[in-house]
Design a protein around this ligand. Structure first.
Ligand code: SF4
Length: 296
């Protein structure tokens, strides 16, 4: 595994990492606070608003590749190899649907929890058969469910897996088992004219009022030129925020980071070895810190 390119601003670092079979994946982090980890080369879910699945799905990452991705990011941040996981939060939120790669993701979570105090967050579109396996992690994790619509006919156009994993079942299951998780958060990407009507808001309220649920409203990041999707207007965010909180649903508006680097939500992509720059390149080094020091 080798870093091919680094993009950075004050809030975020994005790495383009070459895997041993030549595929390039991306992740992003702000050391030591958080890292957004990629779990698949591409994504088989093909959410309409997300770039990660647009080039198709190639393969799952192994647990080793997931863990090395964290170590190589730390190596870049602190300048030397460390075998520890020193991020406060490790988020399985990068490219891929982690619950489709559940065995490897589960092994990686287990290893991180065994060897660090990192908080674990996992974002999923709701793969119902896999969610209960997360009950058995050593310490509880935070589960982020990507809602983006409640009405099935609307959601299926945004997240096609709605057809086999209806969000209503996921919501019911997760709310009934909330105590098994550290926290459960429902993400709602507000798309102009798509899922931001009064009807959508009322449906959200009907689903979550008096359920001690938390919702994060997310701003859409443009992924291509002439995109058919657009982020909802600020007043729509404010209306959802006010009405949901008024109905006892703890709601926040998520702050977007890394947009200029194309490292924001839905912007990470995979490619096949096209990046050739030598700038900032280094390989992950194991065994001794001496070997790693200053060698990139
Ligand atoms: S949002 Fe997540 S699940 Fe959907 S296509 Fe992107 S990476 Fe896959």
């Amino acid at each position: 595994m080798e870093v091919k390119k680094v993009l950075q601003d004050e809030n975020c670092t994005k790495l383009i990492i070459s895997l041993d079979d030549g595929y390039l994946i991306e992740n992003c982090f702000k050391y030591p606070f958080w890292i957004c980890v990629t779990t698949q080369v591409g994504c088989p879910i093909h959410c309409a608003f997300c770039q990660s699945g647009k080039n198709g799905f190639i393969r799952n990452l192994t647990s080793n590749e997931i863990l090395e991705q964290i170590k190589i990011s730390m190596q870049y941040a602190i300048g030397e190899y460390s075998d520890e996981f020193l991020f406060y939060t490790v988020s399985f939120t990068g490219m891929g649907e982690p619950l489709i790669n559940i065995d490897n993701v589960f092994d990686a979570i287990y290893e991180i929890q065994n060897r660090s105090d990192s908080e674990i967050t996992l974002t999923t579109t709701g793969i119902n058969s896999s969610i209960q396996r997360l009950f058995f992690t050593q310490r509880k994790i935070t589960l982020d469910i990507s809602l983006h619509a409640i009405f099935p006919d609307k959601r299926i156009n945004i997240i096609p897996s709605e057809e086999v994993n209806p969000i209503i079942e996921t919501i019911k299951f997760v709310l009934n088992n909330k105590k098994r998780f550290k926290k459960v958060v429902f993400d709602y990407l507000l798309l102009d004219g798509i899922n931001d009507s009064d009807n959508d808001l009322n449906q959200l309220i009907a689903c979550f009022a008096n359920k001690r649920a938390s919702i994060e409203l997310i701003k859409y990041n443009t992924i291509i030129e002439n995109d058919i999707y657009k982020a909802s207007e600020p007043e729509v965010f404010q209306r959802f925020y006010t009405e949901l909180n008024k109905n006892g649903i703890e709601t926040i508006i998520e702050e977007n980071v890394g947009i200029e680097l194309k490292a924001g939500c839905g912007q990470l992509i995979w490619k096949y070895s096209e990046v050739t720059t030598n700038e900032n390149m280094f390989s992950i080094r194991k065994n001794t810190t001496t070997e790693a020091n200053g060698n990139y």
